[in-house]
Write a new protein. Structure first.
Length: 339
């Protein structure tokens, strides 16, 4: 996640997460016709998923390392790692190249096809680059790892029961500076091309920093005066942020996530594509909002919780792999229960 300078980002993120906390709902209402929230019809092996998430983090942050425009070879290695993983689990993956000021970069795309005439087409996206000077464990290798393991689980599910949705996995290049906010963001390239070619995208789920938790009372910060309003003092929840046009999607994701008692979720809907709260636009979902697609950002709340944000200390040993595995569970539950 990136965008504004640090001082202004703190101000606008304070406003954004003030509203997130103010309208957040612990628990939720399942979509009409669903089973009660206590039931989860699809269960994954949490411990095995934890172990595989650790393997992905080691590959991306230790074996490869910093994945910024200052380390172009590592960007290529990361894209290759993602492509090869998809091929290993039986998916056809492609690299979609584009030019960034003379540097060739790629988005990595793989589609899980449930049937020739799916009811919906869902895109799950995560940027695989890091800011310069850090290996970017939470930002954003955590999201790529969750994306990959969600793909694995959906492939397994697709082999045992019919899904009603095709699921497209897109790993984006260049979300971080200096490309942030320019036409060279991988998500902008993809969203604009999708709109031009009338590509059907019924929902876009953006995974942005999804691996850090804190359990000590008071470790989750809120701006004044929300710390007096009884909101969680521990950073163990996931945030779901959508624009006004995506409010149905936001409710649906939150309703499915609420079936997982091990992953509390808080939701936020913002008007005007988030322009009144610039902080909620600071990731790849905003590229899809601007092209008219329904999209949500799924996030651990960045530096309201994570003191390692954009620092060299954003390393894999700081992450909560059980939390990430539970997010895989919640994502699979959402995808499995779509009409």
């Amino acid at each position: 996640m990136t965008g504004l300078n640090s001082y202004h980002k703190i101000i606008v993120l304070s406003l954004a997460f003030s509203c997130l906390a103010a309208v957040g709902i612990r628990g939720g209402i399942a979509p009409a016709g669903r089973k009660p929230a206590a039931e989860m019809t699809v269960m994954i092996d949490i411990h095995a998923t934890e172990a595989r998430l650790r393997d992905h983090l080691k590959a991306l942050t230790v074996d490869i390392g910093e994945r910024s425009v200052l380390a172009p070879e590592n960007l290529k290695k990361a894209a290759g790692y993602i492509r090869d993983f998809y091929r290993e689990i039986g998916l056809s993956a492609r690299l979609e190249p584009y030019d960034y000021q003379g540097l060739g970069v790629v988005n990595v795309v793989a589609e899980i096809q449930s049937n020739p005439n799916p009811g919906r087409r869902i895109l799950i996206g995560a940027h695989y680059d890091s800011v310069a000077g850090t290996v970017g464990a939470d930002d954003n290798a955590s999201a790529v790892a969750v994306q990959l393991e969600t793909a694995r689980q959906v492939m397994m599910l697709n082999g045992s029961q019919a899904l009603n949705s095709n699921v497209v996995m897109v790993s984006f290049a260049l979300e971080e500076p200096p490309a942030y906010g320019t036409p060279y963001m991988g998500s902008r390239i993809y969203a604009e091309q999708s709109r031009r070619r009338n590509e059907p995208i019924d929902a876009m789920l953006c995974l942005e920093m999804v691996g850090f938790t804190c359990r000590e009372p008071g470790c989750q910060s809120y701006p004044f005066p929300l710390m007096f309003f009884g909101y969680p003092k521990e950073g163990n929840f996931i945030g779901i942020v959508g624009n006004f046009d995506s409010r149905g999607l936001t409710r649906s994701v939150h309703g499915s996530f609420s079936k997982n008692p091990n992953l509390p979720a808080i939701r936020l809907t913002v008007p005007f594509n988030g322009w009144v709260m610039p902080a909620v636009r600071l990731s790849d979902h905003a590229s899809f909002w601007d092209e008219g697609f329904k999209a949500v950002m799924i996030t651990d709340s960045a530096f309201f919780r994570n003191p390692h944000y954009h620092l060299p200390s954003d390393r894999p040993e700081t992450l909560d792999y059980r939390f990430m595995a539970e997010l895989v569970q919640s994502l699979v539950t959402f995808l499995a229960q779509l009409d």
